[in-house]
Design a binder for this molecule. Structure first.
Ligand code: GLA
Length: 727
């Protein structure tokens, strides 16, 4: 049992293995937040204090009690219009244009299993793994009914939150803002850790104190974006990787989002995660319901490492789905950085032949195989195989590739249309643009209106037609621009951005159900849609268009705070690197890419015999440790933005097998020695370094660490494999 309700004082308690979450319905029917943090016993309503606070108004029904104000009390789901002047989780514009929603308690329901959300990705669990609490609140005047959904995964220390907003009234209302989670802290100082970036440099960590005023991150780009990831950590100022208190909030959504953190006049902190309110006005007719995407909450009092491990497990087991979630991924070579648009069928076949000689499992034909697509200015939307370019049918090409023992995968970008395409000439109104205005172009392409079923169904048929032409075992689903000019000819304008994302989910749901054997890898100019929403459909996502090993270390470091390594697509590319011009050894590039779902992205034909030999060895090693990398616990052992080295490790569940990788970032004259300390080993167990045969106690590896070699050369990288010795 994880969810408890005490009838006499109307307190709800959610218990996980190591955390407690508590809330209370008070005498006026408001749902107040009491506590979230390390596991405790007892009722926490003694924490609530009441004082007469000037300029903080009092709800009418509290009578002359001037000490009761929503402006001060901690709340579960704060709304606009009830005297709380802090950030709101919900803003409803009523039929009479007033902005007020006064939610009071109606009832609750507790059930076994985890709730699901219609049309949206959400944490899933077996019946015995989770419980659901549903609390119904209502505005007695407008009859808006709000159901707060809580999913509790006791063993995983995970609590999920989502909200269903139902219009039970007689008039249409508009949802102007909707969040799925609010964390109100009555005391304490907190930092907000968010992950900002740009195309080809995603998920850099930023830590800022939550101060008076509001600190807001989010996206208005139509996707979750390269610029801010929809996941944050709220931590005590002294929290480190290994110590201290921290809360995670991960939004399971791939479109516009907003996270607001503020400290109020009484030094209380509020953090809200939900949908972006700009470009969003969702009208709800009587009888209709709107669902706010889920936020996954997690708390640890043992620092960021522990928080990350919990998110990794949750996302890998309870978000990602499909056959490939639990089995080894093919090592692939992708044609993009090998040939860009300049290929024929022969080029792809040659790449497959070279791949076969190295032990690579799959060749992926990236952008350029369809319509008129000699470069990135035309052809999107015309999903017909360019047989002239390939010099054969797609089926023939795949057969030839399969005949040499190599699997075949293909790139698609279903959400897009080029103005120079047959599709656009036929259906210009299918592109998102405002009538009478010239649209903003991005990569010279426009975005198709996936909020409209007829548009996505047409594209769906085109894509299926391609997938049915041969034995396609992998699809890379790309999305290469941000959305602007929000307007739809078939929808109401304030709904477009949300319905668009649900349209993408609908497409992906159908695609993955119809082709369960295909591995779908997500991508949006690399990591522009690297979020838990996409991970529900695509258990692997291309982490960044930046394949430079040094930059990748940092991108993968930021990514690892929430997302499991099984999702992180990581490839070895050419030197000098195409994004940075940096020259890094093949050995180091291999080590960096071996952090996640491993592959190659370079012309294999240009490799020297020596490089080919090294690649064969990389592949042998990756195959040996693929399961450990995919399913083991991943620990960051340094901060590559600050430290002289980057280090990380994968350790098996039983802690008996360890893979440690280190890349030296600094080299100076008369260089100092770096000591790398491991984590989460068995203290009293002896581990053997399989290469050197040297033995160490787990406690020694964790407390004192091991010295790195001081060697000449830039970005030297080291791999250590430790095995627990069975005496
Ligand atoms: C995006 C992807 C790349 C590649 C190109 C093709 O940028 O991230 O990997 O597929 O599109 O146009």
């Amino acid at each position: 049992m994880a969810i408890f309700y005490q009838q006499q004082n109307r307190i709800f308690t959610l218990q996980t293995k190591q955390t407690t979450y508590q809330m209370k319905v008070d005498d006026f029917g408001f749902l107040l937040h009491l506590y979230y943090g390390g596991r405790i016993s007892g009722n926490m309503d003694y924490l609530l204090t009441y004082y007469d606070r000037g300029f903080s108004g009092n709800p009418y029904d509290v009578g002359n009690n001037r000490t009761y104000s929503m402006d001060v009390l901690p709340q579960e789901y704060p709304t606009m219009g009830i005297g709380d002047y802090r950030n709101s989780g919900l803003i409803i514009r009523n039929h009479d244009e007033s902005e007020c929603c006064d939610l009071r308690y109606v009832g609750y329901n507790i059930r076994e299993g985890k709730y699901g959300l219609s049309g949206l990705p959400a944490v899933h669990a077996d019946l015995h793994e989770a419980e659901t609490l549903e609390i119904t609140l209502e505005d007695r005047v407008s009859k808006m009914q709000v159901r707060l959904l809580y999913g509790v995964l006791e063993e995983e220390d995970i609590i999920t939150r989502s909200v269903e907003i139902g219009n039970n009234g007689e008039n249409t209302v508009t949802v102007e803002k909707a969040a799925s989670a609010c964390l109100d802290f009555i005391s304490g100082d907190y930092d907000l850790i968010s992950f900002y970036g740009r195309h080809a440099m995603e998920r850099n960590l930023q830590r800022t104190a939550i101060a008076h005023g509001s600190y807001v991150i989010g996206s208005r780009r139509g996707t979750s974006s390269h610029q801010y990831n929809p996941a944050v950590i709220v931590a005590s100022p002294d929290t480190t990787e290994d110590n201290g208190s921290c809360y995670g909030m991960v939004f399971v959504y791939s479109g516009n989002f907003m996270c607001e953190a503020e400290k109020d006049q009484y030094e209380q902190t509020r953090v809200i995660m939900g949908l972006q309110s700009d470009l969003f006005h969702y009208s709800l007719a009587p009888g209709e319901t709107f669902t706010v995407p889920e936020t996954i909450l997690c708390y640890s009092d043992r620092g960021f490492s522990d928080l990350s491990i919990k998110y990794h497990r949750c996302i890998r087991k309870h978000i990602c789905r499909g056959r490939y979630n639990d089995c080894s991924r093919p090592i692939l070579v992708n044609s993009w950085e090998a040939a860009y648009y300049d290929f024929t069928g022969e080029t792809i076949l040659q790449l497959a032949q070279d791949a076969a000689g190295l032990g690579i499992d799959m060749v992926v034909m990236d952008d350029g195989w369809f319509g008129k697509r000699g470069d990135d200015n035309s052809g999107l939307g015309d999903w017909q195989v360019n047989e002239e370019k390939l010099d054969c049918t797609l089926g023939e090409l795949i057969r030839k590739i399969n005949d040499i023992g190599v699997k075949f995968g293909i790139w698609i970008e279903p959400e897009m249309v080029s103005e120079d395409s047959e599709l656009y000439r036929e259906h210009p109104d299918w592109a998102i643009q405002i009538p009478g205005r010239k649209p903003v172009r991005g990569r010279n392409q426009l975005v198709l209106d996936f909020s409209r079923a007829e548009v996505r169904n047409y594209i769906y048929r085109q894509i299926c037609n391609v997938l049915d032409q041969g034995n396609i075992e992998y699809v890379k689903w790309d999305m290469n621009r941000s959305i602007t000019d929000i307007f739809s000819t078939g929808n109401s304008q304030g709904k477009v951005v949300y319905d668009y994302v649900l349209g993408v989910y609908d497409f992906l749901e159908k695609l993955t159900a119809q082709y369960p054997e295909i591995l779908v890898e997500g991508c949006s100019g690399g990591g522009g849609r690297f979020d838990a929403g996409m991970m529900y459909y695509t258990p692997q996502i291309w982490c960044s268009d930046n394949t430079d090993a040094l930059d990748r270390l940092r991108i993968q470091y930021g990514t690892s705070f929430f997302y499991p390594m099984s999702v992180v697509g990581a490839h070895v590319s050419a030197a000098p690197n195409h994004q940075t011009g940096r020259n890094i050894s093949l050995h180091t590039r291999g080590i960096v890419a071996m952090t996640g779902a491993f592959g190659y992205e370079l012309s294999l034909a240009k490799l020297s015999e020596e490089d080919k030999e090294e690649i064969r060895e990389q592949i042998r090693l990756y195959k040996e440790y693929e399961e450990l990398i995919r399913t083991g616990d991943y620990y960051r052992l340094s901060n590559p933005f600050q430290d002289a080295y980057a280090a990380w490790m994968h350790v098996s569940d039983d802690k008996k097998q360890v893979l440690l990788h280190v890349v030296m970032l600094e080299n100076h004259g008369n260089m100092t020695v770096s000591y790398v300390r491991l984590k989460n080993l068995l203290s009293d167990t002896v581990y053997e370094d399989v290469h050197s045969g040297q033995r160490y106690y787990g406690s020694a590896l964790m407390k004192a660490g091991i010295p790195m070699l001081v060697e000449l050369g830039e970005y030297r990288a080291y791999r250590f494999i430790f095995r627990a010795c069975v005496e």
